[in-house]
Design a protein around this ligand. Structure first.
Ligand code: CMX
Length: 133
């Protein structure tokens, strides 16, 4: 598999509206607008930083993964996403290596990307996302 770069760092927040001024006014990043990904039960907001991005995540449903994370841990770093050249190949290789996957097949993420998650129990407690764009 080939990892191309850190695509984004996902940060769980209670409210994008309340959280976004830090990233724009204080840190001077551009705000690219929001997108709701129904399948993941989240609304996302992206702030480009060089070749990567910060992604704020706000839950759209109380039973969604981000709502559960916020309830348990509070706002904070939720996942790190690596952009890969070929996500199907990467998943097959990781499965072959015995890494616990959440998604064996990619699903659709923000911006039409193909995404899949590795289980945090297999990755030093950090939820890892693979994405192909
Ligand atoms: N980072 C690190 N650990 C996490 C975590 C996260 N983001 N989310 C959950 N965990 C840990 C929990 O703390 C818990 O650990 P303990 O057993 O030690 O207490 C364990 O994983 C199980 O967590 P849970 O709250 O019982 O929740 P589930 O097992 O139901 O789900 C997970 C956990 C990771 C499988 C689920 O959150 C998931 O499928 N996540 C991937 C999808 C996702 O997060 N989508 C939102 C982002 C979408 C986007 O970027 O577009």
């Amino acid at each position: 598999m080939k990892i191309l770069k850190i695509d984004h760092i996902g940060i769980a927040v209670n409210s994008i509206e309340d959280g976004k001024n830090l990233w724009t006014d204080a840190l001077g990043l551009a705000f690219e607008g929001t997108e709701t990904v129904e399948e993941q039960k989240v609304t996302t907001a992206f702030f480009p930083v060089g070749e990567s991005e910060v992604e704020l995540l706000e839950s759209t449903a109380p039973d969604g993964p981000v709502a559960k994370f916020l309830e348990k841990k509070g706002a904070g770093v939720h996942h790190v996403a690596f952009r890969v050249e070929n996500i199907e190949e990467a998943l097959a290789e990781l499965k072959e290596k015995g890494i616990r996957l959440i998604d064996e097949k990619p699903r659709k993420g923000a911006g039409g990307a193909k995404i899949a998650f590795l289980h945090p129990k297999a990755t030093n407690g950090v939820l890892v996302e693979l994405c192909e764009k």
